[in-house]
Design a binder for this molecule. Sequence first.
Ligand code: GRF
Length: 218
Amino acid sequence: MSARKRIGVLISGRGSNMSTLIDACKKPDYPAEITIVISNQSEAPGLQIAARSGIPTHIIDHKIYPTREAFEADLDAALKQAKIDLICNAGFMRLLTNSFVEGWRDRQLNIHPSLLPAFKGLHTHERAIEAGVKISGCTVHFVRTEMDSGPIIAQAAVPVLPDDTADDLASRVLEAEHKLYPLALKLVASGEAHVENERVGFKKSQTVHGPYIAPWFD
Ligand code: GRF
């Protein structure tokens, strides 16, 4: 296997998606390793989880910076110092400037708990239920400057049941997120996925084998 890609994970809170990436990276044939976890929130529970796995953690508290640019300059420096190849945003609750996003173009992934481009932003599950959609899900995409947009790498769908509360739907989607993010990162880190004309294509041809997680690789 060629060298594993070095991953920096950005979090702001619980870190359950980060945990699934940490677990995936423990597999010997997984094409990535997490070399740093950075949080903009000093109290983020995910920091403890990462530390317990022996991953270096770093707090860059946006509140102490006078501007978004100053915060991002330190974030960028920390990622570069850790020599990372790819950034995975995993519940990272900061909007990033065009300059930062372009600096990591096609090297920064994000997970969002809806089938994008539907329901960008916050309160996705409340809005999905309110809209009466019958299927929801999650999306891993490359980051672009506009919030929750960018070439889609992979998506997973889940049913919305008639009596679902937002919490019910959130937990069903989160379970799908935990399968999807490791798959999407693997596709990118292995070089299987590539961006062309702002769409993600795959080297391998796809075969349909199930209705819920795409791309449809065996
Ligand atoms: C997830 O639902 C993710 O899709 C969204 O924020 C939540 C983060 O959860 N961007 P966790 O911190 O990974 O548990």
